[in-house]
Design a protein around this ligand. Structure first.
Ligand code: RNT
Ligand code: ZN
Length: 423
């Protein structure tokens, strides 16, 4: 087990080093507790959901690979997994649920028929845990999405079906926000697009706009529900056009005062989401993030502490916008212990924010304003080898959760005692 005395001693030394640069580490630790990460439930079961006993992710341009044993098969199993995950994370979280994860009681309830009652157990669970909830309509893994179109479909029956689904999801989300006294973000992502070059992009986008207008004609108080829109560049099977592109949703969000959801796996490989944050914040009240890691064709690998994630966190902190950015995660890896993936990815996202908060902002800004660009570069480089890990470990220690590598063992025992017993 990691030696707690050493963690405390290392913290004292680290604290002094950061203080020398005008950074108050005790304050950073306090701020960390205010950074709420929304845990995406779908890492626990590979985006399968509980509509049918063997539901699997189908279509929609997202893929999950791997068949590591132990995935959550029921809402009860998922709640147990989430409790384990939260017990291994510092700070507070939120739960981010997809519409296919209701407690449907063994009955098949189609997407245009779901109601708050199917999510009441989740709401009660969240209330009990003292956390908020976010919600997502599920416009994929369904026969009415098989032709690649949902809200932008030229098939009126299908389009109406999806509009009804999203309307119900927003109603359910608003009820979550109301009951939990914590605004629910309803995020909308649709897979609509085409594998080969289409000739009528315009009409599909016009139809999507019309569908959104109809969906959002129902208004909810902002302290119950906020709407976010998530774009994508391409997916498997939608390589040549995605109807809900970044230009489309950014324009829609600005005109209609919605949130944009930036999923950092959904852009060109050299495009930095970190750079977009300040621009979006000047024209939108709030943002939603899907923090993820893109690897070649996949946009959903487990988050690691890489430059991209760090820039995102730094730009939010540097813009003093922590209260305007809602942080969600979006990754699903079925090839490793899913709970381990969860905790490792979430901790990485949290660490990025801690690193950003430990930045000597005043000194760096002064350098920049005086044109001292060598000094700025040097300081940014120096920060990379400062004892961030000592502050992080101490934060875990005072949060009463396993420190350092101790969490690995916790996950191994959960695997032995719980996950390995699932068929
Ligand atoms: C898909 C989007 C979307 C999904 C989840 C399951 O490319 O990123 O956010 O991953 O809704
Ligand atoms: Zn996403």
């Amino acid at each position: 087990m990691v030696n707690h005395d050493l963690i405390e001693q290392s913290y004292v030394l680290a604290k002094e080093q950061y203080a020398g640069l005008g950074v108050d580490t005790d304050n950073v630790i306090k701020l960390m507790d205010k950074i709420i990460i929304s845990l995406h439930c779908w890492q626990a079961d590979d985006v399968g959901g509980f509509e049918t006993p063997d539901a699997e992710l189908g279509g929609g341009g997202i893929q999950v690979t791997g068949n590591y044993p132990g995935k959550a098969r029921t809402a009860e199993e998922m709640r147990s997994d989430l409790e384990k995950v939260m017990s291994l994370l510092p700070g507070k979280q939120k739960l981010n649920l997809h519409a296919i994860y209701g407690d449907f009681g063994g009955e098949f309830i189609d997407r245009d028929k779901i109601e708050t009652k199917h999510f009441q157990e989740w709401i009660n669970w969240a209330k009990n845990a003292g956390i908020g909830m976010d919600f997502n309509c599920t416009c994929f893994s369904h026969p009415k999405a098989d032709d690649g179109f949902t809200l932008s479909s030229k098939n009126e029956t299908n389009r109406k079906f999806w509009i009804e689904h999203v309307k119900r999801c927003r109603e359910i989300g608003a009820e979550m926000g109301k009951q939990l006294n914590n605004p629910c973000i309803h995020n909308l992502w649709i897979p609509d697009g085409s594998k080969d070059t289409p000739v009528d992009r315009y009409t599909h986008r016009a139809i999507l706009k019309e569908s959104l207008d109809e969906i959002f004609s129902v208004e909810y108080p902002l302290d119950h529900l906020k709407d976010s829109l998530e774009s994508k560049l391409f997916g498997i099977g939608s390589e040549s056009m995605v109807v809900g592109s970044y230009d489309f949703y950014l324009s829609y969000a600005i005109r209609n005062n919605k949130l944009i959801c930036l999923d950092n796996g959904h852009y060109h490989p050299t495009e930095q989401i970190g750079d977009k944050i300040s621009s979006c914040l000047l024209f939108l009240d709030e943002l939603m993030l899907h923090v993820t890691r893109g690897v070649r064709w996949d946009s959903d690998h487990v988050v690691t502490l890489n430059d991209e994630i760090m820039l995102i966190a730094q730009e939010i902190v540097r813009s003093a916008a922590l209260d305007r950015v809602n942080i969600g995660l979006d990754f699903f890896d079925a090839s490793i212990n899913r709970i381990g993936a969860y905790v490792t990815g979430t901790r990485a996202a949290q660490q990025a924010f801690m690193i950003a908060l430990l930045e000597p902002g005043k000194i760096l800004k002064e350098y920049e304003e005086n044109g001292n660009y060598f000094e700025r570069l040097a300081m940014l480089e120096l920060m990379k080898t400062k004892p961030f890990g000592a502050v992080w470990d101490y934060y875990c220690l005072v949060s009463g959760i396993p420190v350092g590598e101790d969490y690995i063992e916790e996950i191994q025992s959960y695997e032995q005692e719980v996950l390995s017993k699932r068929g």
